[in-house]
Design a protein around this ligand. Sequence first.
Ligand code: GDP
Ligand code: ZN
Length: 446
Amino acid sequence: MADSPEDTIAAVATPPGVGGIGVVRVSGRRATAVAEAVLGRLPAPRRAIHAVFRGAEGEVIDDGLALYFPGPRSYTGEDVLELQGHGGPVVLDLLLTRCLALGCRAAHPGEFTERAFLNGRLDLAQAEAVADLIEAGSAQAARSARRALEGALSNQVDELLERLTALRVSVEAALDFPDEDVDILREAQVAERLNALDERLDTLRAGASQGALLREGMRLVIAGRPNAGKSSLLNRLVQREAAIVTHIPGTTRDVLRETVSLDGLPLHVIDTAGLRESDDPVEQEGIRRAWSEIETADAVLLVIDDTLGEGDAEAAMRARFPKSLPVITAHNKIDLSGAAPGERDARIYLSAVTGEGVDHLRAHLKAQTGYAGGEGLFLARRRHLDALDRTASHVANASRALAQSRAPELVAEDLRLAQESLGEITGRFSSDDLLGRIFSTFCIGK
Ligand code: GDP
Ligand code: ZN
């Protein structure tokens, strides 16, 4: 039988494993029948009751708290029942099986939130913020996801959509009067309003791009000759012993990943094996992986032993880095070479051992990403940036059509396309395909 939005869905909403409490969540029209069968009664709306949870033969499965949220004032907009029992996997499984026997279907990942979206409880950007809030890796990311959930992005998108609608109305009004269309467009100040819209889009794009950076972070590969001090510098950046530091060249055989927080900005640092020729098969594998990491990085940090200076080995690495990849050059071990810490000639002089000059590196990395940090940030996704870019290009086309040909039908069409692109962010115009991709990345029970 195919899944239907009419199905009542059920899932264990708490993480797998043993916990203090475990929650089974049920949503749909059978929720009340499940309550009556399992609890023997329907709890009063939005009031926790203590109850015994019973199986088909009247046997006790567990006991705990039960909550009933009648639709539409519930998370999904449907009737929702929450059974909070003891957090053992067997007990929760028995309880879920009981719900399924009562005619519920096991929920897909994200299906509760998908229903909340379909029933108009959340827009798409807010639904994504729910997943981001759950997955937030830092307090800054959690605060920003919360802000997105409260509508920091959605409200601005809605406001711009309204402006676009108003503009379309003005332009389409002119279409009805071909002889006076130019006057009508001028009177309605369409050009001025398009400019203002474009400016607002730029501001929103800037905010969303900070939010996307905060969510996705920056991938930084540390490269350099064996013994240049890559692992030591990584440890200095993450402030703990993540990589094994030795004086034997070629120790870092595997690829190590660490996430460092630069004022909330996640920096995914990847320490690579010394990029050199080797006969050792294990080391060769490390080298191969290092190069594949470099292909997908946002920047490379090339570490040079300042007592040796830059030589042929570094020149060979630079030649192999992808052309578009920014390379940050750090001269390490200045405590031995005697160089002063700081940035000179696009090179940063530092010591991983004493820590001198490392703040310059941190500042440089932040500048590299354009990350400003601070309050007022909202979490955003790559998808939102793409939609904003397409919206801006349709608005630019509309302005051009207006200035050049003054053909209102072209302007109207560009405005319609702009509206459609912008509407993708909050889900006003989204394909089922897009929805499937977004909700399938959620955890089950959410
Ligand atoms: P990697 O092979 O590039 O990862 O280099 P390591 O981080 O393993 O360091 C190689 C050796 O250089 C170790 O003995 C480190 O203690 C030493 N080293 C690394 N950075 C510095 C530095 O800034 N100053 C000094 N004096 N020694 C360093
Ligand atoms: Zn190393």
